[in-house]
Design a protein around this ligand. Structure first.
Ligand code: SIN
Length: 475
């Protein structure tokens, strides 16, 4: 922690070891510090304070809220280096990626500071001469979020910024592996002038307890979750009782397709960033590669060479591009998927080795078929199974043959094919000749069992707004 310059960012660290959660570095398992473990009563009290704070916040103008959010954005960027170091220490991703995530996370704050001013209602032509009809947009109230460890800052700001801009208060439960980044961004919001209790973090190793309190609280009107489809289903069921609005950004199984007319070097470059960003631990990572027969050998050769060049290690070291997996369970899952694939007939074309600790070599698998478990599962790690195809119709069937529908990618230079395939893919997001497509200006979200709702873009703020219809009668 010596290199963190702004020590207020670490204000969440506790000295007292009672009721705390240990935070460790996934690169070497060293202890970084402890954060508070909140009890059920403390979580409930936090929600009540958020409810009270929201009432005054909802009365401020969008312009006043924007000024605070803009200041928060500036502070996030001014502290980019410290935030990136904290993130790499607790999450493991390489520093360059952490810096990128701080900027990505901050971009949502900047974007929604502006979007809050554009939460327009409508006037609607009346069917009755003595009436006037209009709508206004109002904040839903208290919003709560459960956020994952793979993007410890961006998944909080992508939800908190639209909520705050809309006039809501916000309570977040970050993953226990990465709470320090969450507390640090909240500390900067406080320094930016955000009134107390409007943005709070609660932490506990008992995630089901927090899920239960959030979903059943009648003081919370909205739940936003990023994580697995299984947990999303549980939260949706629990939220049904109090009929809460939900946004769910769930699992993915992204196909990455290389057609026979693709620029292969471009496709290899896109495949590397799409598959190996964050050591393959993103919901939108390419999960399975379909490569046309005519370019299969060339793609596999170039892709395997590029994968062999990737340096694995501690994310704080300069040349490292792949950090550790988040924990032992993540590593066990990868190893078991790999073993299964090898037993089912796949062969290793690059990597394949367990590098000890929580490190795993980036791996390319060939002789893979669409029915193998590794193709059907969300891998969430640095393994790239490559499948041959020869027919576009059959390809689309395989690409859509999953319960998931988050991101998909394909490479082609043929404009007719580009439109046809982009429209045929059953996914919320399609990258054409591009392996990383996330940006604050575009709607992020899935179809099928990958989720409900959109984050970022102009759509993102609607998730935190109610539309109220006002009828002026007897005019
Ligand atoms: C995710 O994996 O959940 C988010 C990835 C992104 O925003 O690009």
């Amino acid at each position: 922690m010596k290199q963190i310059k702004n020590h207020t960012l670490l204000s969440a660290l506790c000295d007292n070891l009672d009721n705390t959660i240990a935070v460790t570095n996934p690169a070497d398992q060293t202890l970084i510090g402890h954060v508070q473990a909140h009890s059920r009563e403390e979580v409930e009290a936090t929600i009540l304070r958020a409810r009270d704070a929201q009432k005054a916040w909802a009365k401020t103008t969008a312009k006043q809220r924007a000024a605070i959010l803009m200041r928060w954005y500036e502070l996030l960027m001014e502290n980019q280096e410290d935030l990136a170091r904290i993130m790499t220490l607790e999450q493991g991703k390489p520093l360059a990626e952490s810096r990128g995530e701080v900027a990505y996370g901050a971009s949502f704050v900047q974007w929604f500071a502006e979007e809050g001013k554009r939460a327009y209602g409508e006037t609607i032509p009346t069917p009755l001469a003595d009436r006037r009809i209009m709508t206004i947009k109002q904040p839903v109230g208290v919003a709560a979020a459960i956020t994952p460890w793979n993007f410890p800052i961006a998944m909080i700001t992508r939800k908190a910024a639209p909520a705050l801009a809309a006039g809501c208060s916000f309570v977040a439960k970050p993953a226990i592996q990465t709470p320090l980044s969450a507390y640090a961004v909240v500390e900067l919001a406080r320094q930016a002038g955000l009134p107390d209790d409007l943005l709070a973090v609660v932490t506990s190793e008992d995630a089901p307890m927090i899920g239960d309190v959030f979903c059943n609280s009648t003081h919370i009107q909205k739940i936003s979750f990023t994580g697995s489809t299984n947990v999303g289903r549980i939260l949706m069921k629990q939220s049904a009782e109090s009929v809460k609005r939900v946004s769910m950004e769930l699992g993915g199984n992204a196909p990455f397709i290389v057609f026979d007319d693709a620029d292969i070097d471009l496709a290899v470059k896109g495949a590397i960033t799409s598959k190996f960003r964050n050591a393959g631990q993103t919901c939108v990572c390419a999960n399975r590669f379909y490569v046309h027969d005519a370019v299969y050998e060339e793609f596999v050769h170039k892709f395997s060479l590029a994968v062999d060049e990737l340096t694995v290690g501690n994310g704080l070291d300069d040349d490292v591009v792949i950090g550790p997996l988040i924990d032992d369970n993540a590593k066990l899952k990868i190893k078991s998927l790999l073993d299964q694939a090898l037993q089912q007939g796949a062969t290793v074309s690059a990597g394949g080795d367990d590098l000890g600790g929580q490190f795993f070599e980036p791996t390319v698998l060939t002789h893979v078929s669409h029915s193998m478990d590794i193709v059907q599962a969300e891998i969430f790690g640095p393994i790239a199974p490559v499948i041959r195809f020869s027919d576009d119709e059959e390809l689309i069937e395989m690409a859509n043959d999953t319960i998931y529908g988050l991101a998909s990618y394909f490479y082609s230079k043929d404009i007719n094919r580009i439109f046809k395939i982009a429209e045929a893919l059953d996914y919320g997001m399609v990258g054409v000749n591009e392996g990383v497509i996330s940006t604050e200006v575009a709607p992020f979200g899935g179809v099928k069992q990958s989720g409900i709702g959109r984050e970022g873009a102009r759509q993102g703020i609607d998730e935190y707004l109610n539309t109220k219809y006002i009828c002026l009668g007897s005019m």
